[in-house]
Design a protein around this ligand. Structure first.
Ligand code: ADP
Ligand code: MG
Length: 728
């Protein structure tokens, strides 16, 4: 039988780009056509129902049943025009992806006929079986039943023939079973806290929203090769594979021209995304071969999170039309760049001001500095939790590996902002400032250039970088649901802003003037959070040492990182901000440990199988060829054969060594798994997986990769890196 790798490669050679005929319309003609947005709501809803939904979105007022009926009727009418026959609640369980359960509009009518029905109740609530989704301890302590409830702040959309309604997912006893619920709470909190702080500067502000602009990186791999790699198909990454002689050394992929087949994929993807109202804007080749990036125009955080999840689903679907598989795994290939999802984050007011962007005068710039300094303080105080929100079994391979920020959290600010903070730190004192000092400081603050984007040197090594009008959280992984880090960041910011308000007000109560009170508190925060500020190269060894000196934490072990969710300060944060209750938090952390264990368990099994079923037999086969050769030489040349076959005899021995090592280590790994599997305490079990099982993945792989270099190419069963990476 032919080696499956070659059958796959033949398919790749035969591929032609598949162009989906682009519609002969402008993007603006079909943008959002499958979204039940403002325009459609106005058209399909009564005035009352429309106002009701708007109020609910803006003020959080509950939607009453009668109004829900009205909204459902309008939504159904619109969806049926778009060809919908079914509806589903669309939610984000703790699995990390999205979930849906479709129901038909079809119902039996009064006279045995069939009608299309969609009630307010069906819009507002659905009951998927919660017991099949991860819930951590909640499953044992509470009733398994859960329900999904409509989130009117993210518009419904039609995809295929299904009306999809974004929802939260909660248990009957009220605990969140998803990633959207905590995010919505966090966004609400940051809105309230930031609006209060804005009152110091502008009384007209009544709402502050959190913005998110994500940048999604991904790899495209030919489908035939993907299927020939069980590790890719089952774990999302290659568990073995020797480096290709050429990969990204020449830096010739970044921003280079997009291959035609990939371009055809991107065109179809963008068309589908636009119809769903996802404002994708930027596309380009990334650093690694076969790696690409896509970014939309930023949007309100909850909507942006939904868009990202929806887009990832679309990418999986559309890539198949083009004979590709899309990889979001943070490190699909050892030794070359991994996949991140930068989260660009800012706050902005309903008066149209981006609070993380400098303004035009001293007052707006003091507001800007207030928000920047509070952001830094929030990150400093919650560095462990921030890390816990992004460190997963998959992302751990990326962090700290040449191209990605390390597991040490730090903030980059750029020269301008750094200078301003240094000035505040030096010039402001506890004593009352003279009018001259105050004027001078205000003048300096007023001089912050309105546009920092151009003069902010872009430090691409920083995990949390200020980039002119936003912070960019770069440590987020390609597979992540952005709701997780965004819930943590916005919660931390909400708490921080509340503290700021209390601190400033207490000085004002003591008779300090408002501006001076703000200066003083900012100075205190600047001093307190100084260790987290770093402008240098985050990839360097020196930084690791320096960070340690500064008392910053550097945790690369996933279970250890996760435990930050359970620390005293995290609990205080989550409970005081009402994001999670105690049991809810326990449940969530349990799911994180569980998830880690499962991922490593699966990788260990897959590697074990492949090592024993694919690699060892291939190596032995090749070894037999060599032995055959040596024996024949002996037959022909007698004693002289040793001189002639010298290096082959060495090779035979070398193969034996690797094969023996592989077999022994696979056995040892299985034994470690057995020991770990009977540990009852989930945290301890995850540590056993991390410390005892996980190291074998790398140790075994080294021997396999050595064999790949030795064994006859024609016998090697798995597509090699050079084939996986250069096939589009
Ligand atoms: P780069 O690769 O240079 O970091 P990109 O253009 O790829 O930048 O992506 C930047 C992302 O940041 C985009 O999604 C963009 O809309 C978003 N963005 C820009 N300004 C803001 C802001 N003030 N708040 C949040 N996101 C922003
Ligand atoms: Mg970026």
């Amino acid at each position: 039988m032919a080696v499956i790798r070659f059958t796959a490669l033949e398919k790749v050679y035969d591929r032609k780009p598949i162009h989906v005929t682009p519609p002969s319309k402008k993007v603006s003609d079909y943008f959002g056509e499958n979204v039940f947005d403002e325009v459609k709501m106005q058209k399909f809803l009564s005035k009352d129902a429309y106002t009701h939904v708007k109020d609910s979105v803006l003020k959080g007022t509950p939607i009453d049943r009668k109004m829900a009926d009205g909204v459902a009727t309008g939504m159904k009418a619109w969806a049926m025009e778009r060809g919908a026959t079914h509806y589903t609640h669309w939610f984000q369980p703790l699995t990390g992806g999205t979930a849906e359960k479709h129901d038909a509009f079809m119902e039996e009518g009064e006279y045995g006929n069939v009608v299309e029905a969609f009630s307010g109740k069906a819009l507002a609530q659905q009951e998927p079986d919660a017991s099949s989704f991860p819930s951590g301890g909640l499953r044992n302590t509470f009733e398994a039943r859960g329900y999904t409830a409509w989130d009117p702040s993210s518009p419904a959309f039609v995809i295929g023939n299904t009306l999809s309604i974004p929802t939260v997912f909660i248990s009957y006893t009220g605990e969140a079973l998803d990633h959207k619920t905590p995010l919505l709470k966090a966004l609400n909190n940051v809105d309230k806290a930031a609006t209060e702080v804005c009152q110091y500067f502008d009384k007209n502000v009544t709402r502050v929203k959190s913005n998110l602009g994500w940048e999604q990186e991904y790899f495209l791999i030919d489908e035939a090769l993907y299927y020939a790699r069980p590790d890719l198909a089952l774990t999302g990454r290659t568990l073995m594979g020797h480096a290709s002689a050429k990969d990204q050394q020449l830096d010739d992929h970044y921003f280079s021209s997009i291959p035609e087949r990939v371009g055809a994929f991107m065109n179809e993807l963008e068309y589908e995304a636009y119809k769903l109202g996802i404002p994708v804007k930027t596309r380009h080749n990334e650093v690694a071969p076969n790696q690409y990036e896509l970014a939309p125009v930023f949007a309100e955080c909850n909507l942006a999170v939904d868009h990202n999840l929806l887009l990832m689903e679309l990418m999986k679907k559309v890539s198949r039309h083009h004979g590709f598989r899309v990889l979001f795994h943070e490190k699909p290939f050892k030794g070359i760049n991994g996949t991140g999802k930068h989260n660009n984050w800012s706050l902005s007011t309903d008066t149209g001001v981006i609070l993380h962007a400098p303004g035009k005068n001293p007052k707006s710039n003091l507001q800007f500095l207030t928000f920047v300094v509070n952001s830094i303080k929030a990150v400093y105080d919650n560095q462990d939790l921030m890390r816990a929100s992004i460190l997963t079994a998959t992302n751990t391979h990326r962090l700290g590996a040449n191209e990605a920020p390390p597991a040490i959290l730090s903030c980059f600010l750029g020269a301008e902002v750094t200078k301003m903070l240094d000035q505040l730190e030096e010039q402001v004192t506890d004593r009352k400032m003279t009018p001259d000092e105050k004027t001078e400081l205000k003048l300096d603050i007023g001089k912050i250039p309105e546009i920092l984007l151009d003069n902010t040197d872009r430090n691409r090594t920083s995990p949390f970088a200020f980039t002119g009008n936003r912070f960019e959280f770069r440590a987020v992984g390609g597979l992540a649901n952005c709701a997780v880090p965004m819930a943590v960041l916005n919660t931390a910011m909400a708490k921080q802003l509340k503290e700021f308000k209390v601190d400033v007000d207490s000085l004002i109560d003591k008779g300090v003037k408002k501006d001076e009170a703000i200066f003083q508190i900012l100075r205190n925060y600047i001093k307190a959070s100084k260790p987290i500020r770093f402008e240098g190269d985050n990839y360097s060894e020196d930084w690791v040492k320096e960070a340690k000196k500064r008392g910053l934490t550097n945790i690369t072990d996933v279970p250890e990182a996760i435990s930050a969710y359970n620390s005293k300060s995290s609990k205080e944060l989550f409970f005081s901000e009402n994001i999670f209750g105690e049991k809810e938090l326990d449940g969530r952390v349990e799911v994180m440990y569980e998830n880690y264990i499962m991922k490593i368990q699966i990788e260990a099994r897959v590697l074990g199988d492949m090592a024993i079923n694919h690699i060892v037999p291939t190596a032995v086969k090749y070894q037999n060829v060599l032995m055959d050769n040596v024996l024949r030489l002996k037959e022909l040349y007698g004693d002289e054969y040793k001189a002639l076959a010298g290096n082959r005899i060495e090779l035979i021995r070398e193969i034996s060594t690797h094969v023996t090592q592989i077999k022994n280590m696979v056995n040892e790994m299985v034994e470690e798994r057995k020991i770990a599997n009977v540990i009852e305490n989930i945290e301890k079990k995850s540590h056993a997986y991390s410390k005892k099982v996980f190291p074998y993945l790398e140790k075994i792989r080294i021997h396999i990769d050595k064999l790949e270099l030795i064994v006859d190419d024609e016998m090697w069963p798995l597509p090699k890196y050079r084939e996986l990476l250069f096939s589009s």
